[in-house]
Design a protein. Structure first.
Length: 103
């Protein structure tokens, strides 16, 4: 299963699209729709706090170190694009598994 535009392979790993909901009561990461994953963050969207929390949540969800996750687009937007570095096949399997769960 592939999550439509939610993720795509990259020569360094996997590119993912994530729709962020800051100031949530709990943190969660999972599937949303064909266009992106959904991330709920307890951090507010000020001074990069939500972006830092997102990087940490994505790294934890994909089982990679924080340094392997880079925000590549959408710094101030609700929908963000990230690069998760690592073995593409393994990351795609993880993405499919995460996509099956609701955030």
């Amino acid at each position: 299963m592939r999550g439509g535009a939610a993720w795509s392979p990259d020569k360094h790993g996997l590119r993912i699209a994530v729709r962020v909901t800051p100031r949530s009561s709990r943190e969660a990461f999972g599937g949303s729709d064909a266009e992106h994953f959904a991330a709920r963050l307890t951090a507010p969207p000020v001074e990069g706090a939500a972006n830092a929390a997102l990087v940490q949540l994505v790294a934890r969800s994909f089982g990679v170190p924080r340094r392997a996750v880079t925000l590549v687009a959408g710094d101030t937007a609700r929908v963000k694009r990230l690069l998760v570095e690592g073995d593409t096949a393994t990351l795609e399997q993880t993405a499919a598994s995460l996509y099956a769960t609701k955030a």
